[in-house]
Design a protein around this ligand. Structure first.
Ligand SMILES: [Fe+2]
Length: 414
């Protein structure tokens, strides 16, 4: 089929002649009958090319908005930086997370009943978590945004384990080191099972006695894990020392910085990040950006400063799952971040400039997407999950975030 020029920029192109990087401004079928979520997009992958070839004979390409040369396709990027693309990892990551949830809840029950901890089950879950993180860490990191207030301690343990594994991967640690750190992180708060619910869930400030009870979770954690011969020794150290501080003012032993084990310093960072970005009974969630800022302020006193600095570099300003407000007032959720272009993520827009729910569509800041007035989209600010009535978990459940990667993919989260 011949290519027809309909204007200086608008060119009708046979689907067989399309390339990755071309900007498709119009289809030869109604958009609503197509699997594509939005009108006007850059072809980013071979998968999108195949989808277009399945449903259309020709499309109109805007040459001005198309790249001069084919844009690197994300599958190719994934080949270079990650073993698989994030959209291919989300389903497996969700399965691992569900298993981890059953595991941690089961461990809590076993401890309550005075039973032993199943060491083999912990090993298997940690291995599956690290397998997923090694294939592509963005999938499991995105799922850490599925905060569940009702089951905070279990969710928090899983999130800290995932963030620790992904961070260690970023730091270039060996597979064995990553697994050990993820294992320790998964069990770091296990001692909270011995803290009364009335204290764990208290909304106001702790009195002296309550504070002591809360802080005792570190020593309870050590005791519970020591009593279980199925648990590795570093996990005992991390449960005991993850609230020690670099200025020597931590608990339970006010250890000097050079005595605090590396993995406890590491988990102190991921623990704080997840806690600050989560909604609790006594506080609302902070945005990732605000959490990183708070941690940076405390980098010398509370944390290992070099680890906090590397963690900020690792998370970037807009980690997957962040709620962001654009310069034109529209609001969206960060879908994915290219490893070499962390300031230009892909965003699923879900609110119009009046903050009203809008038809979901995706803009890719790396592709210089423009709004309805022709101005390039820019991120103005980041917000906590829950702001503007946006619950990231809802969009995960609807499968919309996965649609952001692959239009026809079904919902993933049960
Ligand atoms: Fe803790």
């Amino acid at each position: 089929m011949e290519t027809v020029t309909t204007s200086l920029q608008q060119v009708e192109v046979a689907v067989s002649d399309l390339n990755v990087g071309m900007y498709v401004s119009e289809l030869d079928i109604p958009w609503l009958e197509s699997p594509f979520l939005f009108q006007g997009f850059v072809i980013e992958s071979r998968e999108e090319l195949d989808q277009l070839r399945e449903v259309c004979k020709t499309v109109t390409v805007d040459m001005q908005r198309s790249s001069d040369k084919p844009v690197t396709d994300w599958d190719h990027v994934a080949d270079e930086d990650y073993e698989v693309a994030v959209e291919h990892e989300l389903s497996a990551a969700n399965g691992v997370r569900t298993t981890a949830h059953h595991l941690v809840s089961g461990i809590f029950r076993q401890i309550e009943r005075g039973q032993g901890i199943d060491g083999d089950a912990i090993n298997a879950t940690v291995k599956d978590t690290v397998d997923s993180v090694m294939r592509n860490p963005d999938a499991m990191v995105l799922l850490t945004q599925m905060k569940n207030k009702d089951n905070y301690t279990a969710e928090h343990c899983i999130n800290v384990s995932v963030l620790t594994a992904a961070f260690e991967r970023y730091l270039g640690k060996s597979r064995r080191q990553i697994e050990e750190a993820a294992y320790c992180a998964l069990l770091h708060d296990i001692g909270k099972i011995r803290v009364p619910d009335a204290v764990l869930n208290k909304k106001g400030r702790f009195n002296t006695e309550e504070l002591a009870l809360m802080q005792s979770h570190t020593e309870h954690g050590r005791d519970v894990l020591l009593a279980s011969h199925a648990v590795i020794k570093p996990a005992v150290d991390v449960a005991l020392a993850h609230h020690e501080r670099m200025d020597g003012s931590g608990y339970p032993h006010a250890l000097p910085s050079d005595i605090i084990p590396y993995t406890a310093r590491l988990v102190a960072v991921t623990d704080a990040y997840d806690a600050i970005t989560s909604a609790r009974c006594y506080k609302g969630p902070c945005s990732s950006f605000d959490a990183l800022q708070l941690m940076y302020k405390d980098r010398d006193r509370q944390f290992d400063a070099s680890l906090v600095e590397r963690y900020i570099e690792f998370m970037g300003i807009y980690p997957p799952g962040s709620v962001v407000e654009m310069s034109n007032g529209e609001v969206g959720i960060v879908l994915s971040v290219h490893p070499h272009h962390k300031l230009d993520p892909r965003v699923l827009l879900v609110r119009n400039r009046y903050k009203e729910p809008s038809k979901e569509r995706i803009v890719d800041l790396r592709r210089k997407a423009v709004d309805s007035t022709g101005h390039p989209y820019r991120i103005e600010s980041t917000h906590a999950n829950g702001n503007f009535g946006i619950d990231v978990k809802y969009y995960l459940k609807q499968g919309l975030l996965s649609k952001g990667f692959t239009a026809a993919r079904p919902a993933l989260v049960s």
